[in-house]
Every structure is written in C-alpha cells, then in structure tokens.
Design a protein around this ligand. Structure first.
Ligand SMILES: [Zn+2]
Length: 177
C-alpha cells in the first residue's frame, strides 16, 4: 500500500473529488476555502481539478499571485504526495504566464509554512511574486536570523530524521499493505 492510500480513506481514492479531513467549522472559517468554493469573490487566474490560483488582495508587487490546493491543508507537509505533485505541477505551469503578464524579469516563490513563519491563513498558499532587478525587494535568505551553525552536525541531524521517517513510512506500508 502506498503513502497516498495509507493517509487517505478508501472513499477518497484517486480521481474522486477530495474533501478535507478537518472540521467543518475550520473550513467554513477559512478565507481560502471560501474563495476556492466561490463563496468569496477573487481575481482568479487559473484552476484545475486540484488547485486554484488568484491574485493576492494585498499585492507586494503587480501580479502577486497565490496558488492553493483545493483541499484545506495547513502545511506543505500535510499534503498527500499526490496533492503535492499536483500543486507543484500547477506552479510549474503558471510561473511564466504570471511573470510575463506583468513584464517581470523574475519571480520569488515562497510559502509561509506554519504559524511560526508568519502564516496567517492556515491553508497552504504559494506566493508567486514577480520581480525586477533593483525593485527594492529582499531575497528569501534575508528572512532568517542568520548566525553561526555547525553545518556538519546539522546535516547529520537532518539526515537521521529523513532516514527515520523513510523507515517509519516503509514499516507502516508493510503493516498496512
Ligand atoms: Zn481552507
């Protein structure tokens, strides 16, 4: 059994419209869900079976676009592998059109992923921000506090975490599949 099936009940298999696993109250209170469901107006620029993109109402640059999964999911790591693939495929599809439509040279693509990062709406949204050389905007590296870290030790810790997660998911696949 693959990761998708492990996380998704049988009623929500591939091809069926997925509804979110969180409480109805949380969904009703979610601004992005109400845009996705058409209850709130937006300047929508793209939609497919899994994703929707619309203009940010508080743009930091002309063409500032938000790409979201239709399913109410708070963080990137909460997406199923299939939802993550669909989201990145949509991002890949719309990046150039968004950039070219406003005559920009480049884009900054970013996600505030979790409340600690300043994420205000707990529904995954990828910011696509068209950029120009000399536009006065910062780079993503300017977001962090910086400081010295032991790179070797940090890399080891991350590799151990990745290895234990990979093991956990393959153990669980063996149990359930
Ligand atoms: Zn939502």
């Amino acid at each position: 059994m693959n990761l998708q099936n492990r996380k998704t009940p049988p009623s929500k298999r591939r091809g069926e419209k997925t509804h979110n696993p969180v409480s109805t109250w949380e969904t009703m209170a979610c601004l992005i869900c109400s845009i996705v469901e058409g209850h709130k107006p937006s300047h929508m620029v793209y939609e497919d079976a899994n994703t929707v993109a619309f203009l940010d109402v508080r743009p930091v640059a002309p063409g500032h676009t938000l790409l979201v999964p239709r399913t109410h999911v708070a963080r990137l790591e909460d997406l199923t592998p299939e939802q993550a693939e669909a989201l990145f495929a949509a991002l890949y599809r719309i990046l150039n059109p968004v950039r070219e439509a406003v005559g920009a040279d480049a884009t900054t693509v970013g996600v505030n992923n979790g409340p600690g990062s300043g994420q205000e709406i707990q529904h995954v949204h990828i910011h696509i921000i068209p950029r120009h050389r000399g536009d006065g905007g910062g780079v993503i590296q300017s977001l962090g506090p910086g400081g010295r870290v032991d790179l070797t030790e940090t890399a080891e810790r991350i590799k151990k975490k990745i290895a234990s997660m990979t093991k956990r998911s393959s153990d669980s696949n063996q149990q359930t599949g």
